[in-house]
Design a protein around this ligand. Structure first.
Ligand SMILES: NC(=O)c1ccc[n+]([C@@H]2O[C@H](COP(=O)([O-])OP(=O)(O)OC[C@H]3O[C@@H](n4cnc5c(N)ncnc54)[C@H](O)[C@@H]3O)[C@@H](O)[C@H]2O)c1
Ligand SMILES: [Zn+2]
Length: 362
């Protein structure tokens, strides 16, 4: 039985914040914003799709909602400049705050606006995609994409609170919904074998978006992510395990020109990186097959029809900020539910091994 009213707490260097995961919690948005942004003037930032879906339900004047076109292509310095200029033009001061209402694109973008506006104002995350609820809204990473790669300009800026209402997921397009499930598989793989097994058992209910199963899904993923990011205060670098599937994934996403959704790229990345872990003798045989089987059941890709050339792919991985220059480093599993401690939770991988393992997804 899930205790619906218990918020998950995330601790970080400067404090702590609650993550509410509750069906219907949006009805209490007004009260929660008062509680966590006491008396501040609030600018809601949302993409146009989300503003239309949920804007009318917000207890705010229309002019306090700032919008931008939906999609990853908006996660740029141009959009950031336009949003901050609008805030300045409308006279938002240091005593204001931002609400990031929407998916991971909005969270990263609006979070970065909040991190930089007048040298930083508070913000609250109100995630409305599965990916944002169970992953992106927690952890305080904000940022933008550049022509050189994803998330290469950004800041750590923790929200004052995260308010996740799983009832908002009803309108989410199928592809975005499935994309979010890839991060849940990642959470099981990196930290919680029981959760991975639960995902295997609940695959049908997940496909139906069974409301109770969704609440448990978001809550367990948030607990895992909160545990890892809170843990990092003490255990240097453990946060790197959250990059599982993402070194290959980000490079695939970038080289596809963002034709692949983030979660689809992560699914492919998880398969390739599990193959790599097996090949390096770090994970037992069968790890990749089990992860690939679960991803397939959840409707996620495990093979790429039009693979990129190895050269551009390696370049994209080298550009990924998670890698120090000379050598590519990966967070790799040692089993379902546990990551290899390596050196600060990553392992250096020669290009040849990497290229060989990529064949499983091409
Ligand atoms: N900061 C982090 O730690 C972190 C972690 C993971 C991913 N991310 C980032 O998150 C981004 C991907 O997030 P995303 O998949 O949520 O993309 P997204 O924000 O673009 O949302 C996907 C689509 O769903 C629409 N949408 C949102 N909520 C809806 C709803 N309830 N009903 C109907 N439509 C809705 C949006 O308008 C958009 O078109 C990537 O940029 C990725 O880098 C960040
Ligand atoms: Zn991700």
């Amino acid at each position: 039985v899930v205790d619906l009213d218990r918020a998950v707490t995330v601790t970080h260097a400067l404090g702590r914040y609650p993550v509410y995961v509750e069906p219907g919690v949006l009805e209490r948005l007004d009260a929660l914003l008062s509680e966590h942004l006491s008396g501040r003037r609030v600018a809601v930032i949302a993409d146009a799709t989300v503003a239309e879906l949920f804007g009318p339900r917000l207890p705010l004047p229309a002019r306090e909602v700032l919008t931008f076109p939906a999609g990853e292509a908006s996660k740029t310095r141009d959009t950031w400049a336009r949003l901050t200029d609008t805030l300045l033009a409308r006279g938002f001061g240091r005593d204001s705050a931002v609400v990031a209402l929407g998916g991971g694109v909005t969270g990263d973008l609006a979070g970065f606006v909040a991190a930089t506006y007048l040298r930083g104002i508070p913000y609250v995350q109100v995630p409305t995609t599965l990916l944002a609820m169970l992953d992106a809204s927690v952890g305080g990473k904000t940022g933008l994409d550049t022509p050189h790669g994803k998330n290469l300009v950004g800041a750590f800026h923790s929200p004052a609170a995260v308010i996740a209402d799983p009832l908002t997921l009803g309108t989410l397009p199928e592809r975005d919904y499935r994309s979010g499930l890839a991060e849940a598989v990642k959470h099981g793989l990196i930290a919680d074998r029981d959760y991975f097994v639960w995902l295997e058992q609940q695959a049908d209910a997940l496909a139906r978006r069974d409301p109770l199963v969704l609440v448990e899904l978001v809550r367990r993923s948030v607990e895992i992510k909160a545990g890892v990011v809170s843990d990092d205060e003490r255990e240097a670098g453990r946060r790197a395990i959250l990059n599982a599937g993402h070194t290959v994934g980000h490079a695939l996403e970038h080289t596809s020109g963002y034709a692949l959704a983030h979660g689809e790229a992560v699914a492919l990345g998880l398969v390739a990186e599990c193959a790599l872990a097996e090949q390096l003798g770090l994970a037992p045989a069968g790890t990749r097959a089990r992860v690939a089987a679960l991803l397939t059941t959840l409707g996620l890709p495990i093979r790429l029809a039009n693979p990129p050339l190895p050269g551009p792919l390696l370049d994209a991985m080298a550009a990924d900020k998670k890698n120090r220059r000379a050598q590519l480093r990966f967070a790799l599993p040692r089993a379902i539910g546990a990551m290899h401690p390596g050196e600060e939770w990553t392992v250096a991988v020669p290009d040849d091994d990497l290229l060989a393992s990529l064949h499983v997804i091409f």
